[in-house]
Design a protein around this ligand. Structure first.
Ligand code: PMP
Length: 436
């Protein structure tokens, strides 16, 4: 299928050695060998703009982070059963970015582990089992969290103790019985109503609510960050039902939204538990679960916790260097300004390209919904064709949403105004190539 011999060889070797669960992006796979800032290079020396990778929040191979990793790796790396300042200094520093009530933190390696621990903590604290999630959420791949991650598809059963509610899709406001884009109050009340219905259904089955687990940016659901504040009534409904609110900040945390350090802050809420991972250490496996100490206590006072690699000195050095870089270079403002410029350019482009139904987001988190012109019906096939064309025009990105028709534009936070122009040129050429 038109692939060169080297690409074909690597694809075959991968299939043979790693097995069929490993999926590649693109009909024409990309073989990367180098990265810097927002750019990547393939084995043929071709340069790409990375619009996908939220892990390398402060840029591919950020020199400060590389230096911190190198220094610590050549001094000491061990586990958390010995005293070490690195973990304590970082814990204090990262907790200082959160509301005062959230005052204890534990470290893991992946977002899946952080969410897994959060659910165990929530169940122990409430004495309940039930969990509410959104209908195309992804929270991770452990046995427990897979059952709370409907985005994995129909082959993955959802836990009998879980209930799914629809995502806060303000674009399709008709589903809320509205004839206009909802206010924060309207959207929040609608979603809180869905939480109450889910709680009632659980209770009919003898299950009580332990936790509401949501990605504050609803990224895998399709990127719903606005209007600010709509999660307030939801948090209230969760607390009324006796559950705890777990903010999965794997996607919106660490300045991604351009407005606040944490995604939950755009809603003016204080969650009971906060989890994060991906962007924490710019690529080293590092994640966290922070909680109010009274929520953590029933679990932590009865159950020892050890995670061999979680919180190790090298990962903590990488996390600290990442946090320092975010602050010292005002990456928050850069994410807001370049993100606003990207969305303004996309909205302008949309006036002459009616397949773009909606452009939404905040900071460097932009969703671009592809529809059949004049309707809000998803055009999944066209979205995939655009994605493939973008790759041919040297832009790497992905899709999200329950219908896979939302272009997910989520570059490293060190994105530049030149990158906006590069992307828009590639988008124009890609739309022309697919006749959209
Ligand atoms: N939560 C969210 C919202 C995520 O997007 C992801 C990963 N895409 C995870 C949790 C799981 O993180 P990990 O892959 O590090 O286990």
């Amino acid at each position: 299928n038109g692939l060169d011999a080297e690409t074909k060889h690597l694809v075959q070797k991968r299939e043979e050695e790693l097995g069929p669960a490993y999926r590649l992006f693109y009909r024409h796979p990309v073989h990367l060998v180098k990265g810097k800032g927002s750019r990547l290079w393939d084995a043929d020396g071709e340069e790409y703009l990375d619009m996908y990778n939220n892990v390398v929040s402060v840029g591919h191979c950020n020199p400060d982070v590389v230096a911190a990793i190198t220094k610590q790796a050549s001094t000491l790396n061990t586990h958390t059963r010995y005293l070490h300042e690195g973990i304590l200094n970082y814990a204090q520093d990262i907790l200082s970015t959160m509301p005062d009530e959230i005052d204890q933190i534990m470290f893991q390696c992946t977002g899946s582990e952080a969410n897994d621990l959060a659910i165990r903590v929530a169940r122990k604290y409430t004495g309940n089992e039930g969990v509410i999630i959104t209908s195309n959420a992804y929270h991770g791949n452990s046995a427990l969290i897979s059952e709370l991650s409907p985005a994995q598809g129909l082959a993955q059963p959802i836990a009998l103790t879980a209930r799914m509610i629809p995502a806060p899709d303000a674009y399709h406001f008709e589903q809320m019985g509205l004839d206009h884009s909802p206010s924060a109050q309207e959207l929040g009340e609608w979603m809180a109503g869905k939480v109450r219905e889910a709680v009632a259904d659980m209770e009919r089955h003898g299950i009580k609510l332990a936790a509401f687990l949501a990605d504050t940016a609803f990224s895998s659901d399709g990127m719903y960050l606005n209007p600010r504040g709509f999660l307030k009534p939801v948090l209230q409904a969760v607390h009324e039902a006796g559950g705890v609110y777990i903010a999965d900040e794997v996607q919106p945390g660490f300045c991604r939204t351009g407005d606040d350090f944490w995604g939950f802050q755009r809603h003016g809420i204080v969650p009971d538990i906060v989890t994060s991972g991906k962007p924490m250490a710019n690529g080293l496996p590092t994640s966290m679960m922070a909680a109010k100490r009274e929520v953590l206590a029933p679990f932590a006072t009865t159950m020892p916790y050890f995670n061999t690699y979680g919180g190790n000195p090298v990962c903590m050095a990488a996390a600290q260097a990442t946090l320092n870089y975010l602050r010292d270079h005002d990456v928050l403002a850069n994410a807001r300004q370049t993100g606003d410029a990207l969305r303004a350019a996309l909205r302008d482009f949309a006036t002459t390209h009616p397949v773009i139904g909606d452009v939404r987001g905040a900071g460097q988190f932009t969703g671009c919904e592809i529809v059949k012109p004049g309707t809000k019906e998803p055009d999944t096939a066209l979205t995939l064709d655009i994605l493939e064309q973008l790759r041919e025009h040297h832009v790497l990105t992905g899709t999200c949403g329950i219908n896979g028709n939302v272009l997910k534009l989520r570059p490293p936070l060190v994105f530049t105004f030149d990158d906006v122009d590069f992307f828009m040129d590639a988008l124009g050429a890609s739309f022309a190539a697919v006749g959209a």
